[in-house]
Write a protein that binds this ligand. Structure first.
Ligand SMILES: C[S@@+](CC[C@H](N)C(=O)[O-])C[C@H]1O[C@@H](n2cnc3c(N)ncnc32)[C@H](O)[C@@H]1O
Length: 204
């Protein structure tokens, strides 16, 4: 059976342009910069800008997304930068997240998830962290509905600091910020934006 969400994403990515740009998200970059490279999972990594940047910093990256069209572009971006990027084509809500497998799990703008699906995804991500592993989450806040420069229109899919604090209770929160900044991430995310960013560590 065809998945209408997948069809929509595949057709959005079916262009030579990188819809979210080729450079990494600035918050992912800032949070990951100081971490010692190891194994990383990039959830809903799309055209691979974040996974490829992490691979260029020495990380062994598994780039997870359900769009084959996006993943072809991710493979091409990795090849152009001369780095390896492991690709897994799967639905992030149903993927069997392996326990204690990654030193870093990064989730940048996966706000297609409705609250129930989001809980399954985030529980999987948390399970996949090695003890001492780091988690990075970046997403739009409800203030983004005033800017309309990217992201979903469903308020339930947007993040607040309290939502992230409660979803990831039990991890050490190293940074949790709500910021307004100009994003320049291809045609998909462009202009003044309201974003919540989290850096946390699994101390267990
Ligand atoms: C807004 S884009 C962000 C891509 C990437 N994280 C970035 O920051 O450039 C959302 C991504 O989620 C993927 N996606 C949407 N629903 C998905 C699902 N249920 N399972 C896996 N990937 C999904 C899309 O294919 C797309 O690549």
């Amino acid at each position: 059976m065809t998945n209408p969400d997948l069809t929509r994403w595949d057709s959005r990515f079916d262009t030579a342009t990188y819809v979210f740009g080729e450079a990494p998200n600035i918050f992912l970059r800032a949070h990951a910069q100081g971490l010692p490279p190891g194994s990383a999972l990039c959830v809903a990594d799309g055209e691979g800008r974040n996974g490829v940047w992490l691979a260029r910093q020495g990380w062994d990256v598994l780039s997870l997304d359900f769009s084959a069209v996006a993943q072809r572009k991710a493979a091409d971006l990795a090849a152009r930068h001369g780095v390896a990027l492991r690709l897994e084509q799967a639905d992030v809500h149903d993927w069997p997240y392996p326990p204690a497998a990654f030193d870093l799990v990064a989730d940048v703008f996966s706000q297609f998830s409705r609250p129930g699906d989001r809980a399954r995804k985030w529980n999987g991500m948390r399970r996949a962290l090695k003890p001492g592993g780091h988690l990075i989450v970046v997403g739009y806040s409800p203030k983004q509905l005033d800017h309309r420069t990217g992201g979903p229109s469903e308020v339930a899919n947007l993040y607040t600091p309290d939502l992230l604090r409660s979803a990831f209770a039990g991890l050490d929160i190293l940074a949790l910020d709500e910021v307004e900044a100009v994003l320049d991430e291809g045609p998909g995310h462009s202009g003044m934006s309201a974003v919540v960013t989290l850096l946390a560590r699994a101390s267990y």
